[in-house]
Design a binder for this molecule. Structure first.
Ligand SMILES: Nc1ncnc2c1ncn2[C@@H]1O[C@H](COP(=O)(O)OP(=O)(O)OP(=O)(O)O)[C@@H](O)[C@H]1O
Ligand SMILES: [Mg+2]
Length: 262
């Protein structure tokens, strides 16, 4: 499946509970190019996960319109165009890495042989072919997260939604996973929508970073990261990388966010 872009206009999300309403996102417009790597960055509670789910058609906004490629968000979800990777891998403990990677595709499409073929290909992409027969408790955190990425890739979605997928990993594993993910993105050409708290992770991976602020959640800055690819460890030490991270760090500072909203 080729990749799709996402267009969203006038997004508003208000949660209502016991008669009290909380407007989490307001008047939000965003355009995501097909095949781009786009990151949502912002303070805790500003609405990143909510926006990710809305853009991926998983959550319906209170107001506004989302199109995924030429389709409505609901049609894109029905057609299994959206893959999801969350902070914790949530693998089935009694199934091997290979069985876990094949599971969703097998459920969705029924064809067992085809599901395992797709799972094997996806495990190869995440560099885990050698551990295909291990059970989840025999995998490290980084390996488990690779299986969860393989499970999403095996569905061959056009868009991959990733909500802080490496948040629970140590710094060294996280760097390795970032490089793996950049390679997967280059190899598959999928549109990736990624949420993180890490500024350097955002700059290293992304073609575009959207910086959000809270109350109500909105995009306050958009940066197109023009660092050459493939990005190697040297990217971290380039002056441009430092400029991008400094700009984003300034905006994460609460005083700066207040200014940006005013
Ligand atoms: N289903 C829901 N019902 C009611 N309120 C919700 C719901 N989901 C999210 N919220 C509220 O919306 C706001 C934004 O939540 P969200 O999870 O999108 O933030 P976030 O930016 O992803 O934060 P974090 O970085 O901590 O993951 C929060 O105030 C949260 O309490
Ligand atoms: Mg979140």
């Amino acid at each position: 499946m080729s990749s799709s872009g996402i267009t969203a206009h006038g997004i508003e999300m208000t949660f209502t509970r016991r008669g009290r309403s909380n407007t989490v996102l307001q008047s939000l417009d965003i355009e995501i190019e097909p095949g781009s790597f786009v990151t949502l960055l912002g303070p805790s509670g500003c609405g990143k996960s909510t926006l990710l789910k809305i853009l991926g058609g998983i959550l319906r906004p209170t107001a506004g319109d989302v199109r995924i490629g030429a389709k409505s968000a609901a049609d894109a979800v029905r057609d299994k165009e959206i893959g999801l990777v969350l902070q914790r891998a949530a693998l089935l403990p009694w199934k091997t890495a290979r069985e876990n990677a094949a599971h969703l595709r097998h459920l969705a499409r029924g064809d067992r042989k085809e599901a395992y073929r797709a799972a094997d290909e996806a495990l190869e992409l995440v560099g885990l072919s050698h551990a295909a027969d291990r059970l989840p408790h025999e995998l490290s955190g980084g390996m488990a997260q690779r299986v969860s990425i393989a499970r999403a890739l095996a569905m061959d979605p056009t868009i991959l939604l990733m909500d802080e997928p490496f948040g629970a990993l140590d710094a060294i594993t996280r760097d390795t996973m970032n490089t793996t993910l950049a390679d997967i993105w280059a190899a598959t050409g999928k549109t990736i929508l990624f949420v993180t708290h890490s500024i350097s992770e955002a700059v290293f991976l992304s073609s575009t970073v959207h910086m959000m602020a809270a109350n109500p959640g909105r995009v306050v800055d958009t940066i197109d990261v023009e660092l050459p690819r493939p990005r190697t460890d040297e990217a971290f030490s380039s002056p441009r990388f430092a400029e991008y991270t400094a700009r984003l760090r300034e905006q994460l500072h609460p005083a700066q966010i207040k200014e940006a909203i005013a």
